[in-house]
Design a protein. Sequence first.
Length: 380
Amino acid sequence: MQAAAPKGVAVLGSTGSIGTTALRVLDRQRERFRVTALTANSNGALLREQARLFSPAFVGMVETSNDSDEAWKSGTDALVAAATRDDVDIVINAIVGAAGLDATLAALESGKRVALANKETLVIAGDLVKQACASGSGEVVPVDSEHSAILQCITGHPSSEVRRVVLTASGGPFRDWSADRLRSATVEDALRHPTWRMGKKITIDSATLANKALEVIEAHFLFDLPYDRIDVVVHPQSVVHSFVEFIDGSVVAQMSVPTMELPVLYALTHPERVADDGVPAFDPVKLSPMTFEPVDHLRFPALRLGISAGKAGGTAPAVFNGANECAVAAFLAGKIAFADIPRGISSALDSLGGMPAGTREQLLAADAAARSHVQRMFKC
């Protein structure tokens, strides 16, 4: 029997942490997948090297520079163009922030599988994403390790059998820091994550636990679970990626060494599994002990703020996301203190949480208003 033709894959954000991880996986799986489109934000040198290695039919870069190639598609339209090509079956959305929304919606409406690492898409516009899936017959498969773990645990089980899910959080670099010490945390301190090597924005989100708030909202939409059935526990070793508790009391966990290559591969092949030698063998003795702790919401208020925004619905999640993105950028630029990040989020939610919601334009307006609010608040 003739082997199936390799599936076409577009990698949006190919020069970032998840994008480069995805390309390592795709390089090992050339019999099953071919890279047909690549886009990057501004790293033209790395994008050119990736294009040389994979020879995609389409290359785009959002922000043109001296590293740009005249043959490349430029501007934000490049993202949607790559995501909707006829030779693309799967779109890996590894774009950071709200910029990934339009490409996700367009891909789903075109009937593509979206391997989603851009959690902000679901946070800002979860209902619109579900509508796009229904109208275009596309599907979302999560790349985040926590949501991939849940998907792996529940595949084959109806949602009626799931009592709750438990997302694990590493606790970030400040897990053992006192509230007083946190006030003097530097950018260098916050970027020193103990178990994961990620981009700067998500690393800061891990330090504040805002990333876990985004993931709770994402889980709500991915798995149709109410917020009171989604819990978070701190697991410093990052070996157990999530738990699923079933209605009979049985708990199933997905475990692996801390690597994003496994959830990327599973997002490409779900519900099947394929052989791959990129993930180190699991050694339970070497990875022990494994410990679990409650979240300290007083020291890390961003998690509580995000979950409250998710429960409020409407534009509140978009406000949370926009305020957080702006505050993180200001912190990375040295313009505000670490403790100012949740302070800015809280202020934006108090002022803007009740804006009109329902359309893409209204949700993006709420996101933009939250950014403006934080900029005015901190004069940055």
